[in-house]
Design a protein around this ligand. Structure first.
Ligand SMILES: [Zn+2]
Length: 218
């Protein structure tokens, strides 16, 4: 995997995306080209606004209503407001991108996304979001009402182990920037890569009828 950017990275939204108005949901984020499963579309960076939940609760009601449209809460009880186009990712009950269980604050394609297709997430993959609205995604399994009290649904996210090979298969321009989140994510990626390599050499040795170099269950 190369982390070299295809063009200058100005923020942590993928450079092959763009924002435009949608018919029903205000602004939305769209793909300039086809994305494949495993391509990272957004990752938090050092410039995003991260408001501790206690401070968020003290924000005046009229200001909070605006904040709620563009923010979500992560697993550290921080209200995250992306400073880049990441804040325009809309909800859909048939999403094409999601988060990762082991690493919060990242959006990744979990299926192919076609050029000019809107990039959408199911907001229930966040630990919490703060908007209640009638969903107009128009998909057959639409939830109808998306509520700010709805529980987090971890099954909507991917486990890193099931996507790590895809992540390593493609250039990941967003990982070229050395933010606090990126450094942590790269460390985690390397751990998963090592575990997969150990697993594969263990199974190979079993298939070959040799004693495994390690009998640790991975
Ligand atoms: Zn819907």
């Amino acid at each position: 995997m190369t982390h070299k950017p295809t063009q200058a990275i100005l923020n942590m939204i993928h450079p092959d995306t763009y924002v435009r108005p949608t018919s029903k949901k205000g602004l939305g984020l769209f793909a300039k080209r086809k994305f494949r499963r495993g391509e990272i579309l957004w990752i938090a960076d050092d410039f995003d606004v991260k408001i501790p939940l206690l401070n968020y609760r003290q924000v005046a009601e009229n200001q909070r209503r605006i904040l709620d449209i563009y923010s979500y809460m992560d697993n550290f009880e921080r209200v995250i407001v992306p400073w880049d186009e990441g804040k325009y990712v809309n909800h859909s009950c048939a999403p094409n991108s999601t988060g990762i269980i082991e690493f919060d604050n990242l959006t990744i394609a979990f299926r192919e996304i076609q050029p000019f297709e809107e990039i959408v997430e199911d907001y229930h993959c966040y630990f919490a979001h703060f908007e209640t609205f009638i969903c107009r995604c128009g998909t057959p399994n639409c939830r109808g009402l998306v509520g700010c009290e709805d529980p987090y649904e971890p099954q909507l996210r991917l486990h890193l182990g099931e996507i790590v090979d895809d992540i390593f298969s493609y250039p990941q321009p967003l990982l070229s920037y050395k933010s606090v989140e990126n450094i942590e994510f790269l460390r985690l990626l390397e751990q998963f890569k090592d575990i997969k390599q150990l697993k594969s050499s263990y199974h190979e040795s079993q298939l070959n009828g040799h004693c495994a170099t390690t009998h640790q269950r991975l």
